[in-house]
Write a protein that binds this ligand. Structure first.
Ligand SMILES: [Zn+2]
Length: 53
């Protein structure tokens, strides 16, 4: 495995496509990928705007 070569392909992104920071609290790891929690929460909120538990 050439990890050194693969490293260049993966740019270190610091923000999600929506501009939220990928910090420790806002980042969720799943299957080796990073996901923005803020964006995920926003999606949920839009769907479940009315249901309050
Ligand atoms: Zn985001």
């Amino acid at each position: 495995m050439n990890l050194k070569r693969g490293r260049n392909r993966w740019r270190e992104k610091t923000h999600c496509p929506q501009g939220h920071a990928y910090d420790a609290e806002n980042t969720r790891f799943y299957r080796g990928r990073r996901y923005c929690r803020t964006c995920q929460n926003t999606k949920h909120l839009k769907k479940k705007e009315h249901s309050n538990a």
